[in-house]
Design a protein around this ligand. Sequence first.
Ligand code: AMP
Length: 385
Amino acid sequence: MTRVWPGGTIGILGGGQLGRMLALEARRMGYRVAVLDPEPEGPAAQVADSHVRGAFDDLEAAMKLAGESDVITLDTEHVPRELLERLETMKPMRPSARVLRVIQDRLEQRRFLEALGAPQVRYAAVSDAESLRAAAELVGLPSVLKTRRSGYDGKGQARAALPVELAGAWGRIGEAPAILESFVAFEKEISVLLARDVDGDVRFHPIAENVHRHHILRTSRVPARIPEELAAQAQALGARIASALDHVGMMAVELFVTRGGSLLVNEIAPRTHNSGHYSFGACATSQFEQHVRAICGLPLGDPSLLRPAVMLNLLGDLWRDGPPSWSPVLAHPAAHLHLYGKRRASPGRKMGHVLILGEDVEQVSTLAETIAAELDRGASAGRDG
Ligand code: AMP
């Protein structure tokens, strides 16, 4: 088993915000960081020691990254399988190519969960108009059609409430191979955030309670308002999933809590996750430090929550008239601004987040909504002077 000590180099496939925050924490701990990303000045490349410019299907560039690295990880699961398998022969890949094989394809992921006996939504595979009709009979309507590959933040998803809407939904996702899932009228969404180390030990960050808008995460609130018993069940389920995959690193398992109070797995992310951003400021060990520890073969850190927290995502919509005014965030001493250094904003694009800390999660939540409203008003009023 390979251990990588501070001074070694962590290679990251992907250069977005997850890679950026991982790089910041890794460098604090004395690691070098190399990033593979096609963008000239992406969020992670801006703060890395080394940037290999190249796309995820550029084997030569990926091998250059592997050559510089002692361990390889990723900030997106949308990396071609062949490339992962090749890199794995060169350097330790955490998560492994096998984990990615299961996760990259929503149908494989659902089948894996089914084999594990994990509770999940009803689903069926869709490959053409005929199988779509059969799938709708099986899972019922309303339902959500999701492309098997490359979907995120609601991309590659379309809802259908009536049989006549199925063909339209199929068209909206580009008639790509898909799964149809029954639509869950959930009570809330939560995520289990855990790290599994090279010896198979698991540690949990506190469960986050998540609110999405238009399929994109808007806020995470910690502690989540769920009974202790349900929290324990969710964490046990998360650990079972991570162990069955023999995963190493951070993992997020997104779950629906139904109105009847039971759990259904929505999806698995074998990496750091947006709903764990609160930990970067609110926990003794952030999810990014924990991921570094896990993939480098170090002992895991203490993930306990230092203070109740709410994380508010900042989407590109706020940049509609140029960069928004940051005064509404900076005026509140309890609010902490995180920006990812993205040069271009577009609606729905994750540009940063605000972490709000306090003693009382209700007050923190109210302050988060006040800041959100002020930012929105400020976005139309113009920039800081
Ligand atoms: P996903 O990309 O699959 O995580 O979907 C993003 C968000 O869309 C989820 O967090 C939910 O808010 C919503 N969503 C996805 N699938 C379903 C479903 N089967 N039933 C209800 N809501 C869903």
